[in-house]
Design a protein. Structure first.
Length: 231
């Protein structure tokens, strides 16, 4: 008797009921997938009420780990641009929630969030420990009044764009935020071209020193010093 195998209950059904059973299983799988997607959408939306404890943090981390180019969740904060959009939505909803919870981020991004909250006259507070530390924003009596748009634009420019240290809302396995930004190319650089390797032999150095010093060089590895010339 093999206890490791699961019993296929479909074989025990008459042929006319097997199709009904199979369709029922597909519907159950679709409903389960829809429930999981709804949980992720609620966890990604900063204005929805979050569950406390481990389950709430687990749901927030699961939503923050998703690649935004593959799984698109409405109202999700993935960079400073979407953060500002959600803050404006939060302020405009006068009768809505008084607090909004943002995804876990690194300390550089949290610093920008705190400064952004000041620009919108919001109260900010960081919660949690380690890689799960996140920030909440709370409305005040001055929220939305005389927004410092100049400061908002300055923070967005300074953050560095999605994936940079100051603009990282996508949680990776190491808990350090999103992927590192691509290095910027300077004007005139050829993309993909490997820099040539310069090899200098001792014979070449001997000729250089003979021209400079008029004497044979010392056999020294100090190639950066001009003291290769004999005294």
């Amino acid at each position: 008797m093999n206890l490791g195998r699961k019993k296929d209950s479909r074989k025990d059904l008459p042929p006319e009921l097997q199709d009904i059973w199979e369709n029922d299983r597909k519907k159950k799988a679709e409903r389960k997938k829809a429930r999981e997607l709804a949980k992720l959408e609620a966890a990604a939306d900063p204005l929805t009420k979050k569950k406390g404890g481990k389950k709430g943090r687990k749901a927030m981390l699961a939503a923050a780990k998703l690649d935004p180019t593959i799984t698109v969740l409405p109202n999700r904060v993935i960079d400073m641009v979407t953060l500002v959009q959600q803050i404006r939505r939060f302020i405009d909803d006068v009768g809505g929630p008084q607090t909004m919870s943002l995804p876990p981020t690194n300390k550089e991004t949290r610093k920008n969030i705190h400064e952004m909250a000041i620009a919108f006259n919001l109260k900010s507070l960081s919660k949690g420990k380690g890689d799960s530390r996140y920030t909440t924003l709370t409305k005040t009596t001055k929220s939305g009044i005389r927004i410092d748009e100049h400061k908002v634009a300055k923070i967005m420019r300074r953050s560095g764009g999605m994936g940079a240290k100051g603009d990282s809302f996508i949680y990776d396995r190491k808990g350090k935020g999103g992927s590192r930004p691509m290095p910027r190319q300077k004007e005139g650089d050829e993309v993909g071209k490997v820099r040539p390797t310069i090899i200098i032999s001792f014979a070449s150095l001997r000729l250089m020193d003979l021209k400079l010093c008029g004497r044979p060089p010392q056999r020294s590895m100090n190639l950066t010093s001009a003291s290769r010339c004999w005294p």
